[in-house]
Design a protein around this ligand. Sequence first.
Ligand code: CTP
Ligand code: MG
Length: 226
Amino acid sequence: MAASPGSGTPASIWTIIVAAGSGQRFGGLKQFSELGGRRMVDWAVETAAGVSSGVVVVVPADQANDPSFSVPPGATTIVAGGTTRSESVRCGLAAVPGDVEFVCVHDAARPFATAALFEAVVRAAGASGVDAAIPGIAVADTVKVVDNQGRVVSTPDRATLRAVQTPQAFRATVLRAAHASAPEATDDAAVVEAHGGYVVVVEGETDNRKITGPDDLVWAEGRCVR
Ligand code: CTP
Ligand code: MG
């Protein structure tokens, strides 16, 4: 666990696992697909529980309201999510106690993030002047910016680009303030950036791949037996 700057005591860390998507590209609720003998969501919750004081798991309302829903081992609280990922994060944030110092937000669709990665982002987010830290990996392909006609607008210098992942760690006060106006973005770092926050990137993990389509689950099953 990260130490609170200057206090010498362990910082309080809670994690929100967002698992309330509908899996349009996958073709179903991928977060509950079987992976290595348990549900995909169970992987992320177990890892988060090992490094957090509390874990809020955000699931679709059908599961949140189902008394027979099997709570992922390590979860502190289950809440219903929203229509978008950003809304689901806000549903989770509402269940995090007010005095928590750092909040990690992590996708249930990334089963293989390690405890070391959670610790690395929290440590980096706790550095002086930093508001948030996120994992990123160098981009292998050249990336083009295109317009809606498919015409190339520009080619950013690849050395300046990172493909970013979760878990993303935030000073809780900053994350709450950035989400207060109900913004929409594909990750929480973008919400904090738009709010003027100082976000740093730490080295991500190649196995921390997001399960997006069916091929990704085939890869993940292979990863389980390695
Ligand atoms: N998520 C969520 N609430 C939403 C949308 C997404 O909690 N309303 C979660 C997903 O469950 C997933 C993570 O955010 O763990 C990343 O989203 P993504 O990979 O896009 O999953 P889905 O939104 O379910 O998939 P798709 O975009 O293909 O519909
Ligand atoms: Mg989505």
